[in-house]
Design a protein around this ligand. Structure first.
Ligand SMILES: [Zn+2]
Length: 468
């Protein structure tokens, strides 16, 4: 019976496009655009909408409740403003819950047996800045005791009032998490948070472990080996740990990454699957068939992934030493949904225990500095000429006339004359701009602001930087 139910969830996920809310498809969006998408569900009879409070800067925080059942679930997302995947997945879950199709009996059962309260986007001020912290620069997930943020206080008040049986604390994790000892990104990470320093397991935490084991079982069919366990060190200031300590079975979900999914739309679909699976596992109690061992069997996560890993190269002509180069990019917020990237050479040396989203293993390569030329009239630059320059190994345009502030919206760097030597250096913790050449000095790869470009196929959507 339980197995058949899981089949329902898996089948519903194969029809995910019917439930995907296409209004928001990027990591970065505003509170207002989210509210516009959410409010489309307000008239639906299945839901009770409530304005539960306001953020520090007065933005409304809403909750949506589904069902009239005895077992109560509370889900909240985006307490960190730059972690938006679950907020988008909640929109998809709402759309699924209001659809009329072959899954109607499943929906009816959920509505009869469960009361599910969603609080999507708990940190609207952080969302609008695409930053982790609140408007007062407090990390809300370290405010569960002090409760100095209005948003955190709101959440704790609802936990105390609503008294959920199950709580889902929905986050995103950074890109460099892999499943330990593998090159596989941890696309979905889970944790049954500890409720004390001893990390003991009582009946509440055990249930969380069983439920996660059940969710993992379903996810494995989509991302084999791509599920990991988050570190369970007791976080005495964190919400998950404190709510678990109140006797509410609490699950931390950390949405990770996968290759070629910069806007995390595939990860969003995995969230849809994971949350719907959790509802099913709870509604028929089938999570109880999983054990603590099944949970412990999920591998730990590690932080060994680079955006680009280059193996076994020499740097310049100074040394014959062969080293590995680890490059990571960070994204910096512009007006939503835009951002620009900054790529850094984060490690040099023996990185044999590391992995890359993109890995270069070609033998006999040498990293050499990018070339530069003086330019007078930037407006004469076309994409064709940028590509031509890159193929010649020119990564830097020296100019006093810089029309951009922080970055260049195409793949080339603009450098002030006095900064050119610094910009061309290949050094630890420096910006990642250089060429990889073979023994005949033929350019095999171009590293432009941390992006790996092939001379024959230059991706013109990546950005360069302004160095002044
Ligand atoms: Zn978070």
């Amino acid at each position: 019976m339980a197995t058949q139910r899981i089949e329902i969830v898996i089948k519903a996920t194969t029809q995910y496009k019917n439930y995907h809310v296409g209004q928001i498809i990027t990591n970065r969006f505003t509170h207002q655009s989210f509210i516009n998408a959410l409010d489309k569900f307000e008239g639906e009879k299945q839901f009770t909408f409530k304005e539960i409070g306001f953020s520090e800067e007065g933005r409304v925080i809403k909750s949506v409740t589904f069902g009239k059942g005895k077992t109560k679930l509370l889900l909240w997302s985006q307490m960190h403003g730059n972690e938006s995947v679950a907020t988008r997945a909640i929109l998809d879950i709402l759309k699924f819950l209001t659809a009329n199709d072959e899954f109607d009996s499943f929906r009816k059962e959920l509505a009869q047996k469960l009361t599910i309260q969603f609080i999507p986007m708990l940190n609207p001020d952080g969302t609008n800045r695409f930053q982790r912290r609140t408007a007062t620069e407090i990390d809300m997930n370290r405010d569960a005791i002090a409760l100095q943020t209005p948003e955190g206080k709101l959440l704790m008040d609802i936990v105390d009032e609503f008294k959920p049986d199950f709580a889902f604390n929905l986050h995103d994790q950074r890109r460099f998490y892999n499943v330990k000892d593998t090159e596989v990104p941890s696309s979905m990470s889970f944790l049954a948070p500890a409720y004390n320093m001893g990390r003991e397991v009582n009946s509440t935490r055990k249930k969380a472990m069983q439920l996660i084991a059940g969710m993992n079982n379903v996810l494995q069919s989509y991302i084999p080996e791509g599920v990991g366990l988050y570190d369970d060190t007791y976080g005495f200031r964190a919400f998950g740990d404190n709510i678990q300590a109140k006797g509410v079975c609490t699950i931390l979900v950390e949405s990770g990454w996968m290759a070629n999914d910069m806007e995390k739309e595939t990860i969003r679909k995995l969230n849809f699957l994971a949350l719907l699976s959790a509802f099913q596992l709870i509604v028929d109690n089938s999570f109880t068939k999983y054990s603590i061992k099944d949970y412990a069997f999920i591998p730990a996560i590690d932080t060994k992934l680079f955006d680009v890993l280059i193996k076994n190269v020499s740097i310049g002509d100074k040394s014959e030493a062969k080293v590995d180069l680890g490059i990571n990019r960070t994204e910096h917020a512009l007006e939503a949904p835009s951002y620009y990237s900054v790529g850094m050479l984060e490690d040099i040396g023996n990185l044999s225990a590391h992995y890359g989203f993109e890995t270069i293993k070609t033998k006999g390569l040498k990293a050499v500095s990018g070339k530069s030329i003086l330019v007078n009239k930037l407006e004469e630059l076309s994409m064709v000429s940028v590509k031509r320059l890159l193929r010649q190994g020119i990564l830097f345009l020296i100019t006093q006339d810089v029309p951009f502030e922080s970055h260049v919206p195409f793949p080339i760097n603009l450098v002030h004359p006095r900064k050119i030597q610094e910009a061309q250096a290949i050094k630890f913790d420096g910006k990642a701009n250089f060429l990889l050449v073979d023994r005949s000095n033929v350019i095999k790869y171009i590293i432009l602001n941390g992006f790996l470009l092939h001379p024959s196929k230059i991706d013109t959507t990546v950005n360069g930087l302004v160095v002044v």
